[in-house]
Ligand binder design. Structure first.
Ligand code: C5P
Ligand code: ZN
Length: 471
């Protein structure tokens, strides 16, 4: 049952945003390079196309927006903007719309004394959690809905999957539920409630998919010999007929679920036991208008492909796929995804093959230097490195952005975030203290800091975690 409604004031903001767009001719969109940002961009761009509005769109990292020059009549920021000084150079009469779910620097009254139009739609201003209840793509979808374009709801759902809005409970809550229902009602989305949730249900053999389990180090983590043995022992997979998760019956999924619970219970401290089902159970999302054999039919795999585009400066490919121009773009998407996977694998083996010497463990955290890794993919790599580390501590990856700057990415086991630690808030504080900026989710976050502040950053981070982890 849908329990949350868009608050009145927020609804009024959407009406204002619609009017601003209807009266603008010269429009620029800035959006974020991740799945959420790309979905946001696709929803906005489709809306503007249908309104016959010329527009430019650019996908950017968060570190280029402070003091940006505004060169258009109307600039729209999606999935970013609330946390950056985007209007420092706004000129009289210009118009700005921000659709962002990250913690805002400015309050609702900020617009009042300006000689330019400033409209920021951020759920946090309305008491709505931006980590679990709505993300950038969802906010853009509600704008599209204001114009009547509910057929874009499935992109809103995709953005929320990419933004991991459902990580805590395994299903969507808050405003996300409205978007999900619109997508179901429109015939775009099928939901399996409380499904076994292992990434790669369509495109990976189950024994491979299982080996990536890294929230807890299990005998099966990064060990396909072990995953094959377990699946064969359970009688749900055989040597010459390897299955995907999607091919399992409900009964087989239940067997696997029980086995995973048994394995995880053996290695986690008692206080985490109650969270085990959350690690492996969650709603699964199928886009029913996609070919059922395509990786695009699974919500998580589609979102990974969008991320692969964003992280490799190929957002135009993702945009074409989302906007429905699939003729060439689908092949390009597969190529981008394949290259992305190869680059990730290369980086992972470089970091892990040196007898683990490149992963350094401190009392409360572990880190590695991602020498030469692109800032855009260090986060994804950090997440994968978690499987080679101590899951009871967060792992931090560093890579240089330019001569003076470091990009920092942090990932941790979902168990730490279920237990109440919000690393996004911690990294924001520590980054700020060393003259940088940061933020993000409880279990996936990042920062930009001055390169000469790396050791102070590590030291402060480590100290800040004293007493917070179960060692
Ligand atoms: O870049 P990475 O994938 O590690 O980012 C993880 C999360 O941290 C993203 O949601 C991103 O928006 C957030 N982040 C942030 N501020 C930064 C860097 C990343 O809020 N300076
Ligand atoms: Zn987002």
């Amino acid at each position: 049952m849908i329990t949350m409604k868009i608050p009145q004031l927020m609804q009024e903001q959407y009406q204002q945003a619609k009017e601003i767009i209807e009266n603008a001719e010269d429009i620029k969109i800035y959006s974020h390079i991740d799945c959420d940002g790309i979905c946001s961009g696709a929803i906005l761009s489709t809306t503007l196309d249908r309104q016959n509005k010329d527009h430019e769109i650019e996908f950017v990292n968060l570190d280029v927006l402070d003091n940006i020059d505004l060169t258009h009549e109307l600039t729209i920021f999606s999935d970013l903007g609330s946390g950056q000084k985007i209007d420092a150079n706004a000129k009289k009469g210009q118009k700005i719309i921000v659709l962002d779910h990250h913690p805002p620097l400015r309050d609702l009254n900020y617009k009042d004394d300006k000689d330019y139009t400033y409209l920021e739609i951020n759920p946090i201003h309305h008491g709505i959690d931006g980590s679990y209840y709505v993300c950038g793509g969802g906010l853009c979808y509600f704008l599209a809905k204001e114009f009547g374009y509910t057929d874009l709801s499935w992109i809103g759902v995709l953005s929320a999957i990419g933004d991991m809005q459902n990580t805590k409970t395994g299903h969507f809550e808050g405003l996300n539920e409205i978007i999900q229902q619109d997508a179901i009602d429109g015939g775009y989305l099928a939901l399996v409630k409380n499904d076994l949730n292992i990434y790669g249900r369509n495109s990976r053999p189950l024994f491979v998919a299982l080996s990536y389990f890294s929230d807890v180090n299990l005998p099966i983590t990064n060990n396909t010999t072990e995953t094959m043995a377990i699946l064969e022992e359970l009688g749900i997979d055989e040597k010459h007929n390897r299955k995907t998760l999607n091919e399992l019956t409900m009964e087989e999924k239940t067997k696997l679920y029980q086995k995973l619970v048994e394995m995880i219970s053996k290695v986690v401290p008692g206080k985490y036991v109650k969270y085990i089902p959350q690690l492996i159970i969650g709603d699964s999302y199928t886009f029913i208008k996609e070919d059922s054999n395509s990786f695009l039919s699974d919500g998580s795999e589609f979102s990974t492909a969008m991320n692969a585009c964003g992280r490799n400066s190929e957002e135009h490919v993702a945009m074409e796929v989302l906007k429905g121009d699939r003729f060439v773009a689908l092949d390009e998407l597969e190529e981008v995804s394949l290259n992305h996977r190869r680059n990730l694998a290369k980086a992972i083996s470089k970091i892990t093959e040196e007898d683990n010497t490149s992963i350094i463990e401190l009392e409360n955290l572990q880190y590695f230097d991602g020498d030469g890794i692109k800032p855009e993919i260090v986060g994804t790599i950090t997440g994968m490195i978690l499987g080679y580390c101590n899951w009871q501590k967060p792992v931090i990856g560093f890579t240089q952005t330019d001569e003076d700057g470091l990009k920092v990415s942090l990932r941790c086991s979902r168990l730490l975030s279920y237990d109440g630690i919000h690393f996004g808030n911690i990294i924001r504080e520590v980054a700020h203290d060393v003259g940088g900026s940061g933020g993000g989710h409880a279990m996936a976050c990042g920062a930009y800091i001055p390169v000469d502040k790396k050791s102070v950053f590590l030291e402060q981070f480590n100290t800040k975690l004293n007493g917070k982890l179960t060692n």
